[in-house]
Design a protein around this ligand. Structure first.
Ligand code: GUN
Length: 281
């Protein structure tokens, strides 16, 4: 089994983005991203910090707007409206999940589709599904880039996507269809889930359940992409683990994208790429 190295592939992408940023700056365009973070979810804080550090690395200007966990919905909406109007902001990222009292759909409906770096607005989701979007959602795009880097064929192959979230599962299906894969989407209510995963040549696991799938749930030679992110306390330390238990995978899979070091860095590189695309438009 070959372990996919998301960090390495992401670095190559970052190098490209850095060059693009330099050339845009010569034309007087300074790509910029604004991150809106509401609440104090520890995982979100870590992800946001990583995203901002990556922006710094490639020369994208980034700004963080932090709000307390009881921020009124109206205040977030007003913030988005003013960022939509700000010509110096090219991309806006509303870090999810939002605190429980906020309605995600309503808040996102105030985000300008022109600055929607995650492809979450209704207009952009429609464009994505009609294959006419300018940018693609960060995590699915990062996964496709990684599969392409390792020359894993998708055309005609059976791919199972486990998870139907707006940010990963659903757009993943569309990007795989664009690559002519045969896609099955499974979720928490799927009966005999493992019958599906055992038949697949490629499995993208984004169900948010710690170590739900194990070596015996995959077909020999399968390619597995783990998108899970679980902060687990072990012997007084916090470690990051995925939706797939890594034990015994070496003898079953052909390729595995692990957690950490797989999809995470690819998502961040895609975010940088998307910010530059929005600045260009
Ligand atoms: N929460 C976890 N991952 C993401 C992401 O890629 N974008 C946003 N907006 N929120 C997230």
């Amino acid at each position: 089994m070959k372990k996919m190295d998301g960090k390495l592939v992401a670095q190559t992408l970052k190098d490209h983005v850095k060059k693009d940023v330099q050339s845009l700056k010569k034309q007087g365009i300074h790509p910029s991203l604004c991150v809106v973070l509401a609440g104090d979810d520890p995982a979100s804080k870590v992800y946001v910090k990583r995203k901002m550090m990556a922006c710094d690395e490639v020369g994208i200007h980034s700004k963080l707007l932090k709000f307390p966990k009881d921020v009124p919905q109206e205040e977030l909406i007003q913030t988005l409206e003013s960022l939509n109007q700000d010509p110096l902001v090219h991309g806006i990222l509303v870090q999810l999940p939002l605190p429980g009292h906020l309605d995600q759909k309503t808040v996102l409906s105030y985000l300008s589709p022109k600055k929607d770096v995650d492809v979450l607005t209704t207009k952009n989701v429609g464009a994505l599904w009609s294959s006419s979007a300018n940018i693609q959602p960060c995590t699915p795009k990062g996964i496709i880039t990684m599969l392409e880097h390792y020359k894993i064929p998708l055309e005609g192959r059976h791919v199972v996507v486990l998870g139907r979230s707006l940010i990963v599962g659903r757009p993943m299906v569309q990007l795989l269809l664009e690559k002519n894969a045969t896609v099955t989407i499974c979720h928490s209510k799927t009966t005999n889930l493992k019958e599906h995963t055992k038949r697949a040549e490629v499995v993208v696991v984004a169900c948010g359940k710690h170590h739900l799938l194990k070596a015996q749930d995959f077909k020999k030679g399968a390619v597995v992409i783990d998108v899970g992110m679980h902060r687990i306390s072990k012997e007084g330390k916090t470690v990051l683990e995925g939706d797939v238990c890594p034990e015994g995978l070496e003898n079953v899979l052909s390729y595995f994208s692990p957690v950490p070091g797989g999809v995470g860095p690819m998502t961040i590189s895609s975010l940088l790429h998307n910010t530059v695309q929005l600045a260009r438009h």
